[in-house]
Design a protein around this ligand. Structure first.
Ligand code: ZN
Length: 116
């Protein structure tokens, strides 16, 4: 595993993840309050858009470590969305050894969470 490119998720990463999730939940709650039930189609658009952004952000910023062979691999946005998630693990098929396992989530170093 290349330590220059990836790292294990740190406390500040968790803080960043919590902020993103909190912002998303806040958007859902506020938009529900103002838009439902009259503008449900607009509300649905906002929620869907937010969810897509969240998954794209996650797929771009995180990568996975195979517990079997140590391969570090990235997944597509779609795969990121549909595969089961643990707290800091994800159930994926490793592209190198072909085994399905709970892969550790790693941060990609180049990207920074919600950098302003
Ligand atoms: Zn593997």
């Amino acid at each position: 595993m290349n330590r220059d490119r990836y790292w294990e998720i740190t406390r500040s990463d968790w803080y960043g993840i919590a902020q993103v999730l909190f912002a998303f939940i806040a958007v859902i709650m506020i938009s529900s309050f103002f838009l439902l039930p009259d503008y449900w189609y607009l509300w649905l658009t906002i929620i869907t858009g937010g969810l897509v952004l969240l998954v794209v952000w996650h797929a771009k910023n995180f990568t996975y470590l195979c517990p079997g062979c140590g391969e570090v691999f990235e997944v597509s946005t779609l795969e990121d969305f549909i595969s089961p998630n643990g707290v800091n693990k994800k159930y994926l098929r490793c592209p190198r050894c072909g085994k399905r396992a709970w892969a550790d989530i790693l941060r990609i170093k180049e990207e920074t969470i919600l950098k302003k």
